[in-house]
Ligand binder design. Sequence first.
Ligand code: FKS
Ligand code: ZN
Length: 684
Amino acid sequence: MKMGTALLYDDEMTRYKLLWTDPVCKIEVPERLTVSHEALVKAGLAERCVSVPVREATDADILLVHSEEYLEAVKKTPYMTLEDLMEFTLQYGDVYFHPNIYHCAKLAAGAALQLVDSVMTGRVRNGMALVRPPGHHSMRGAASGFCVFNNVAIAARYAKQKYGVERVLIVDWDVHHGQGVQYCFEDDPSVLYFSWHRYEHQKFWPNLPDSDYDCVGKEKGAGFNVNVPWNKVGMKNSDYLSVFCHVLLPIAYEFSPDLVLVCAGFDSAIGDPEGEMCATPDVFAHLTHLLMNLAGGKLCAVLEGGYNLTSLHQSVCQTVQTLLGDPPPQPANLDGPCVSALESLHCVRSAHREYWSCLKHEADPPTSDVSTKAIELAAEGKEKQKKAEEESGAEVAAWLEPLKRTAPPVRSALVLPDGVACPEGCARFSASADPAIVHKLRETFLKDSDDSDALTALSSLTALVQKMEQNEICNGLALVRDVSMATMCVVQHAEAAHLDRVFIVCVGDAVVPSQCRRDDGTTLLVQFSSEESEEQQHRFYIPLCLKKGCSDVSGFTQAALGLVLPLGYEYDPSLVLLVRSAGSGLCDGAWQQLTGLLQGLAQGHTLVLMEEGEEACVGPTASSLLGVAAASLGSLRAPLQDDVKALEGLRRRLQADWKLLQTTAAPEPGRKTEADPARFLIKK
Ligand code: FKS
Ligand code: ZN
């Protein structure tokens, strides 16, 4: 299994620029690339990547997406005078040409193809291409929005043709709608295109009705185009993560891509003059991480936009460092999605409910007065206010530079009984126990029994927790006789080690001792089981009963993505404790997915406790802890009706306490709603 990350960059792509005055195009500067690359070098990330040379895309490559007429026209631009170039440019919107842009556009598309080759041949696991010009707006016969050739669309067609890839997922997290990509694949069910974008009820460029949530694709491709319009600026980390948990990931897992391509634009980050959003650069570590267990980890990120040079380079670094396998940073300020984001979320989920079984039971679309089709009455006044703010420079986005992410020297440490082999790449961990601790452990857990094996395991476990807190070890696994006892032991020692919030995810029917179900918020327990719990729903103890336990992969995945993940993000633990009892019925693939996803929390501090008897699962678990992508689960079937209903009910009930579980803006009992003056006028 290859683990490397490819980096593609060629400074030739900095050798074109705007040659005349154009306020719209002046932000697209060569420094975007140099600054991003230099930041990767400075942070020591470039040298950790496999440097792959860039090549020019051939005519045949370009013709996978573009028309011959268009290609021939662009081919002439290197020979044009300045005047000709200006005139040529005028046929298109928001783009400029330069004598060297054709060359760069061939390199940009070629870089994306080299990246696909590197990933598909297994030379590397994933990678990023830093390119100019960007691609996602360009269409079959037209340049648009700084884009000449559609780098990612070409890469998708190329991967299908050359490697027989059956399903490609394109995630476009740039703040603009990649209408070029949408048009290219709108009737194609083999390419799933997801885009979120600043829309403001069509007031934002490219001002297309085609960018709205109800454009779901055409004919056979219906359902394979997912648009999330942002109708307000200022979207934050919570808004982005909500959309991932409740729209993109459930659909993506059901789709089960063989390859993931990212239109990686960073104008969706804070400080960007185009996007005007407020998501911080570290959110891209999470977005990247959340995609890294799809398609067996085959992920190719290709740069699109990003115009604030500071947030651009910080975001690029977050993305690449995550591709390299370093645990994501603690996510900042997850205070729940805003009302406008919830409206969009609700609209998208209901527009897609007929196509995706994970959304089948979604509520009806919102009534027209909250619909994103509505137009703001107060828009004019707001425009004025915004102008005034801009002129006075009143609001300047400010954010802290992301902290340096340092991966602990040891990635995974295993506490295993003698006789159980330690998988390759992991360290067997045993601690020379401090007599005082041993004494206390014996007193607390073993009473008068004299089980020296159990004592050794428990003392190693406590030492392991400590090393994780000190950031000497990233994550760990222990195979123990009694998972309940071990869980209690870890929870107690986490507290002593100043790990003040422990997120316990328990798979199977193990009894979690009541001492671990605290209502002071020091633990949050989610338990998957096959038996209905009598206990009432409780803020920090969430029993989750699936009809067939964990043996239905679809139901399990839906719960993991739509419930466990958002809960984990909002809880923001300092340690994730993943407990697996014997006979849970969960297949290795789904278990690896859960293990992989949870490593995005608590800076990767995941401790897995498995019950003896689960030896066969040690290898797959260890490999996931080492950062190997989980095997794909295959296209998911519809989850069991009862499970979906139970999950929805649970989610709805918990929404008052956990805002990241919300998927609609409609008032729920017990939920505080923002004041809702009559600020919408319905469009006829
Ligand atoms: C409204 C004018 C918008 C054009 C914006 C182009 C954005 C390009 C991009 C790409 F990724 F392609 F580079 N003008 N203020 O960021 O989407
Ligand atoms: Zn953009």
